[in-house]
Design a protein around this ligand. Structure first.
Ligand code: ATP
Ligand code: MG
Length: 428
């Protein structure tokens, strides 16, 4: 008997064939003469029927509990009433691991389900989200590589802050104080002097106290950095990446989107060039609804959502005030109050990436550090990059989970990562 994946059956490749499937009991309903089992494997779910007349199979099926693992042999038949359109008439059932009473049932709260993450990851929803996530990582790499970028591996233990100190996680490293990285940017900047165009997909850590639908304390950061480039090159690269990833997902993840009930058409519609507005224009637009907002204010989640509603698709906001930007942001020589910085935004989520040109002049950089109360001596190696053959360069960082939350219409970013970390959540 041929061992098949459930997907092969659902694709119509096993009609009238005797097959063997291996998986777990997803649902069970017991009648007088018939037991209905829904079996799941990594590829999908299939309805199976066990008749009382097949005595050995019936006896095994009666013992089965939800999430028991098993091997089931039987004949595949198309059946319009069955979810997915196919059914297996079971001939033999063999239990591998009989499950205790499964704690997750329909009436459980979201909180409870999050505590049971290790078991909830077996759900169809999480199975599908994780598949799309894997594909998005693959298509991201694909784009960077096609453009000649080298994937690199930056450290997670670091000795000085990248972004502001307020979201920095400190830790004891033997008898020293270290931090968990908030971004790999500064390390990518080192590597451009060797490899030029580099990227990484790596964790970043932020001690975010705010509980929003777009913040985690540990997230995966897609970051790219390269020399001899302008703001225009940067925006073109970012929109090219988005277009590529969206197109590939639209081509290859149709089944996942359909089962999740997510709108895949918005991905197929993502086409470069994206609209671009300056921060000053954004403030003007927002002032209509929120007169208290002024040039110089940071845009919050609510502001970004309002802006994004107008566009209904990804767009850029650029030229932010220097005062709300990190020390490494380059500023206009004739307008030092404006930084060469750009955010990509999407509907419902707001910001999904920040990028910009980096200050390549040592003296300017030192001034910026001092203005922000940072000690240049903590960043000696970073300053060395400006001492030895400095070059103009750009880079950006995009949150993988924010991208997925938007793509898959997820209610909360916690569902975009298998093991979400938030202020209160670090189990399992
Ligand atoms: P926000 O203002 O939303 O807190 P940020 O501007 O502090 O974000 P950046 O330092 O610009 O974030 O980080 C680059 C990207 O990393 C962001 O555009 C976002 O996609 C992602 N990101 C940042 N913080 C988080 C977080 N706490 N959880 C998930 N993704 C994040
Ligand atoms: Mg940002």
């Amino acid at each position: 008997m041929a061992l098949v994946k459930i997907r092969e059956i659902l694709d119509g490749n096993c009609n009238d064939k005797s097959v063997s499937v291996r998986g777990w009991v997803y649902r069970k309903r017991e009648g007088k003469e018939l037991i209905f089992l829904v079996i799941r494997d990594s590829t999908g779910v299939i309805q199976c029927t066990v008749k009382k007349a097949s005595e050995a199979a019936w006896a095994e099926a009666q013992k089965l509990t939800i999430e028991s693992s098993l091997v089931l042999d039987g004949l595949v038949k198309p059946d319009k009433r069955a979810p997915g359109g196919f059914e297996i008439a079971a001939e033999a059932v063999s239990i591998i691991g009989l499950a205790d009473v499964f704690p997750i049932a329909k009436d459980k709260s979201e909180e409870f389900i999050r505590d049971m993450r290790h078991l909830w990851l077996r759900s169809r929803k999480m199975n599908l989200v994780m598949k799309v996530r894997g594909n998005v990582m693959e298509y991201t790499r694909e784009y960077f590589k096609k453009q000649g970028y080298t994937e690199v591996s930056p450290p997670m233990f670091i000795s000085a802050a990248v972004e502001g100190g307020s979201t920095l996680f400190g830790l004891k490293y033997f008898d020293q104080d270290l931090y968990l990285t908030q971004s790999s940017q500064l390390y990518l900047e080192i590597l451009i002097y060797s490899l030029e165009q580099v990227f990484c997909i790596a964790p970043s850590f932020r001690a975010e106290k705010s509980r929003t639908i777009r913040h985690l304390t540990e997230y995966w950061h897609i970051e790219g950095e390269w020399p001899f480039a302008t703001m225009d090159d940067l925006m073109k690269f970012e929109e090219g990446l988005m277009e590529h990833v969206c197109k590939r997902v639209a081509e290859n993840c149709q089944k996942e989107f359909a089962e999740l009930g997510a709108d895949i058409n918005k991905l197929a519609a993502v086409k470069a060039p994206f609209p671009r507005i300056t921060y000053a224009e954004a403030i003007d637009r927002l002032k209509v609804k929120n007169p208290a907002l002024n040039w110089g204010d940071d845009l919050g989640y609510e502001d970004e959502k309002v802006l994004a509603e107008d566009f209904g698709k990804p767009f850029f906001v650029y030229d932010y005030p220097t005062a709300i930007k990190a020390f490494y942001c380059k500023t206009y020589s004739d307008r030092p109050e404006v930084a060469l910085s750009v955010d990509m935004m999407v509907p419902r989520i707001g910001e999904i990436s920040t990028g910009g040109q980096r200050e390549e002049d040592k003296e300017m950089l030192i001034k910026r550090m001092q203005a922000q109360g940072l000690k240049p001596e903590d960043y000696e190696w970073y300053l060395d990059l400006r001492r030895y053959g400095t070059v103009p360069h750009v880079g950006f960082g995009m949150g993988l989970e924010r991208l997925l939350t938007w793509m898959l219409d997820l209610e909360n970013i916690m569902d975009a990562i298998p093991f979400p970390r938030t202020t209160r959540r670090f189990y399992p």
